[in-house]
Design a protein around this ligand. Sequence first.
Ligand SMILES: Cc1cc2nc3c(=O)[nH]c(=O)nc-3n(C[C@H](O)[C@H](O)[C@H](O)COP(=O)(O)O)c2cc1C
Length: 213
Amino acid sequence: MKVLYVYAHPEPKSFNGALKDTALAALQEKGHEVKLSDLYAMKFHPVLKASDFPERKNLEIFNPFFEAIKAVKTGAFSPDIKEEMEKVKWADLLIFQFPIYFTFMPAIMKGWIDRVLAPGFGFNPVTNSAYDTGLFKGKSAMIVTTTGAPKSMYSEEGAHGDLNRHLESITHCIFEYMGMKVLSSYIIYEASSMSREKGTEELEKYRQRMLDL
Ligand SMILES: Cc1cc2nc3c(=O)[nH]c(=O)nc-3n(C[C@H](O)[C@H](O)[C@H](O)COP(=O)(O)O)c2cc1C
């Protein structure tokens, strides 16, 4: 299987860094082909901007939606976007790993989604290509994430409510919207206050999950 691993954590020596290294080793051990987008290490520019479109159709008013729909036809995106789009096209499975920041993904990853999974590329409302007819039909996607808060806080009865429900804005409204099959999210709660032993145990559990993909 071809796996694109999109990863966002600013510190390589973090628990998230160890999770990412564990996953890459396990996937390679299983013979999967893996490409990594390590967004902080790449200094990925997260802000959608007019220069993303080197062959602007409308120079008077910048409408990113229509520029993207048109750019998909000619491939006229900035080189950093094109490079990431090629990885997405290549992949059978996209894994997004990140620490929860304000019950969502870090801004750098949202910026990657805004710029790379552009209108016309993963979905196209103009041609009614979404969900069952999403342009990434045949691909799968999965979230791997860590929290600071305990599971009880992110449960249905907890103060925040079920984290899986919050993640639906990604799993349903982005992944399924683009036609992808969604694998169960892999969540490690209270990652910031784990003992070393518990951390080692969690890394081994995650290694098994990656081997079982
Ligand atoms: C800006 C910021 C926002 C955060 N927001 C949340 C949050 O909404 N919910 C939560 O449980 N933890 C939150 N955290 C805690 C991180 O999710 C937690 O520290 C991380 O998952 C631990 O993994 P690490 O040791 O690899 O960094 C936040 C941390 C930061 C820096």
